[in-house]
Design a binder for this molecule. Structure first.
Ligand code: NAP
Length: 261
C-alpha cells in the first residue's frame, strides 16, 4: 500500500486508462478524486473502489472549463487536506482529417481539452503542492506527440505540446519538490483506440489503420490495468531524475524495484 495517505486526482477517470489508474491507485491506498464529464461513469468507478474499501470523491466537469477545475480541486483539498498526485489523462482524439480539411473549432477544441486542460489543472494544484514542497504530476501523452502521422495533426500537436509543457513544469517546480512526467502508454485496449480503428482506412491512412488493426487482431493492445501500474510507481515519487521526461512501460520494472511495499 505504498500510496497510503496520498490524494490523487485523475482526469478522465470514468473509463479507459483513467479508470484503470484510479482503481490501481486506490488499490495502493490512495484517496482518489475522479474527474470527467459523465457522472454515471464516475459513479460506477466510485462504486467499485468503495466496495474494496477505498476513499473516493467524484467531481464532474470539463477539463477545459477553469471553474469546473477550480471547484474540483477546492473540494479535493477540503475533503482530503491536499493534493499529492495529479494525473492529467482526459483527452479526445479530435478531427481525423487532412490539415486543409480540418475545422478550426475542432482543432481548438482538441488543444483545449488535451493541452490547455492539463495546464488549467496544474495551475490549480501547484500552489498546494508547492506549499507542501511535494507533489507528482503525470501527464498522459502519446507516441503520436513525437511522430508525424497524416490526419491526426491536432491530436499530435496537443500531445507534443503536452510533452514540452511537462519539461517546462518540471524545471519550474523542481525547487518546490514537485515532479512531472509524461507517460507514454503505448497502444491500449480502450474506447478511444476502438473509436480510432472505426474511423476507417480512408480517414486514417494505410499506415496507422493497418498498424492498429494488426495490433488489435493479434491481441497486441496493452491492457490499461497493466500500464496503470506505471502511473502508480511514478506517483510514489521514486524517480526524481526522470522528472521532465517521457516515461514508458520499458521503465516499469526498474522503477517497481525501488518500491519496497
Ligand atoms: P477514452 O477511453 O476515450 O477515455 C477518455 C476519458 O477522458 C473519458 O473518461 C472521458 O470522459 C474523459 N474526457 C474527455 N474529454 C473530457 C473533457 N473535456 N473533460 C473531462 N474529461 C474528459 O481514452 P483512453 O484511451 O482511456 O485515453 C486516456 C489517455 O491515454 C488519453 O490522454 C489518450 O490520449 C492517451 N493515450 C491513449 C492511447 C490508447 O491506445 N488508448 C494511446 C496513447 C495515448 P467524458 O467523455 O465522460 O468526459
Amino acid at each position: 500500500m505504498y500510496l497510503e495517505g496520498k490524494t490523487a486526482i485523475i482526469t478522465g477517470a470514468g473509463r479507459g486508462f483513467g479508470r484503470a489508474v484510479a482503481q490501481a491507485m486506490a488499490g495502493k491506498g490512495a484517496q482518489v478524486v475522479l474527474f470527467s464529464r459523465s457522472e454515471p461513469d464516475l459513479d460506477k468507478v466510485r462504486g467499485k473502489i468503495e466496495a474494496s474499501g477505498g476513499q473516493v470523491l467524484v467531481a464532474t466537469g470539463d477539463v477545459s472549463a477553469p471553474d469546473d477545475v477550480r471547484r474540483a480541486v477546492h473540494r479535493a483539498i477540503e475533503r482530503f487536506g491536499g493534493v499529492d498526485v495529479l494525473v492529467n489523462n482526459a483527452a479526445v482524439i479530435g478531427p481525423a482529417r487532412l490539415i486543409e480539411d480540418c475545422d478550426l473549432a475542432a482543432w481548438e477544441r482538441t488543444l483545449a481539452v488535451n493541452l490547455t486542460g492539463a495546464f488549467v489543472f496544474c495551475r490549480e494544484v501547484l500552489p498546494d503542492m508547492a506549499a507542501h514542497r511535494t507533489g507528482v504530476i503525470v501527464n498522459v501523452t502519446s507516441g503520436l506527440g513525437s511522430r508525424g502521422y497524416p490526419r491526426l495533426a491536432a491530436y499530435s500537436a496537443s500531445k507534443a505540446g503536452l510533452n514540452q509543457f511537462t519539461r517546462s513544469l518540471a524545471e519550474e517546480f523542481k525547487e518546490y519538490g514537485v515532479l512531472a512526467y509524461g507517460l507514454d502508454p503505448g497502444v491500449m485496449d480502450t474506447g478511444m483506440q476502438a473509436d480510432i480503428r472505426r474511423l476507417g482506412r480512408d480517414r486514417l491512412g494505410d499506415e496507422i489503420y493497418g498498424r492498429y488493426h494488426r495490433l488489435s487482431s493479434a491481441g497486441g493492445l496493452r491492457q490499461p490495468s497493466e500500464v496503470a501500474k506505471l502511473a502508480c510507481v511514478l506517483a510514489a515519487g521514486v524517480a526524481p531524475e526522470l522528472s521532465g521526461s517521457l516515461v514508458s512501460m520499458s521503465e516499469y520494472q526498474d522503477l517497481r524495484l525501488r518500491i519496497s511495499a
